[in-house]
Design a protein around this ligand. Structure first.
Ligand SMILES: [Mg+2]
Length: 273
């Protein structure tokens, strides 16, 4: 009888603890906000006057969010259209990437980027000037680390100004992702996975995150990876370059592409006709 009473008390305590845990989770898990935007300056709408400090982390994607090549050659839309073409002739996802990457890198090494909008560079500099932590999170791979940093410096963008961690850090083994100079190069890895792992490595805990990227899948990836946190996450799906990307065709760039690889010969010829 005595044991039964104890058992009931323990059971009641357990139920109460579980209940309290759910109430606590419900109260502390901040809701996610995902919005669409076509202008980089709209980022200010999501920052309260008292949030301009290092506890706010603003994360920028690079390609088609802050910068793009002056023509479609070497652009994001060029890469994915070429990849699709390779897949149509029977190459797998990874084979297509492996075949394309050296050509993409070759173009980047001979191309300076331009800002996506006239206000892009100023917005980044302004956030940094106000003490906000600012980093970039790109799917570009390891081989393009130094060249990407050069391309951004050429635009007047330095992610080292207010990044929360100075030393380079890698993630993964075979072909690792890399954090260097305020930029996370996720390469083969999921953007969310890469970001969360970096937070863990440097024991970083912002009070609010704003992430801006032209691809909704990246916004969802980061949102998913950051679940169960107690600070707000705002994902901005950025659409300034949507129309340019939508209207792009490989035919429209065929001559320029041919001329580029004639002027900058590549060891192996392009495998796509
Ligand atoms: Mg992008």
């Amino acid at each position: 009888m005595k044991h039964m009473k104890l058992y009931k008390s323990l059971l009641a305590a357990l139920c109460l603890s579980i209940g309290l845990y759910f109430v606590y989770s419900w109260l502390t898990n901040a809701p996610d906000i995902i919005v669409e935007s076509k202008n980089i300056t709209e980022i200010y709408t999501y920052i309260k006057p008292n949030e301009y400090n290092k506890d706010l982390l603003v994360i920028f994607d690079i390609d088609n969010t802050i910068a793009k090549p002056p023509t479609n050659l070497g652009s994001d839309q060029w890469f994915y259209a070429m990849k699709k073409k390779l897949e149509e002739i029977g190459k797998s996802d990874q084979e297509s990437i492996d075949l394309l990457l050296p050509h993409y890198i070759q173009i980047q090494h001979h191309t300076w980027l331009i800002p996506v909008e006239k206000d892009t560079v100023q917005v980044i500099n302004n956030l940094q000037k106000k003490g906000v932590s600012v980093i970039a999170l790109t799917a570009r791979s390891l081989e393009l680390t130094q060249r990407t940093i050069e391309q951004l410096h050429h635009l007047g963008i330095y992610f080292t100004k207010t990044d929360p961690h100075e030393c380079p850090l890698k993630y993964g083994d075979k072909k690792p992702g890399l954090y260097i100079d305020g930029i996370i190069f996720s390469g083969n890895y999921d953007k969310g996975e890469m970001l969360v792992n970096w937070f863990k490595q440097i024991k970083y805990r912002p009070k609010k995150i704003i992430f801006i990227d032209d691809k909704l899948k990246n916004i969802h990836s980061v949102e998913k990876a950051l679940h169960n946190r107690d600070y707000p996450f705002i994902g901005i799906r950025y659409g300034y370059t949507d129309e340019q990307a939508r209207n792009f065709s490989l035919e429209s760039i065929a001559d320029e592409q041919k001329q580029f690889f004639t002027e900058h010969p590549f060891v192996k010829p392009l495998l796509v006709p």
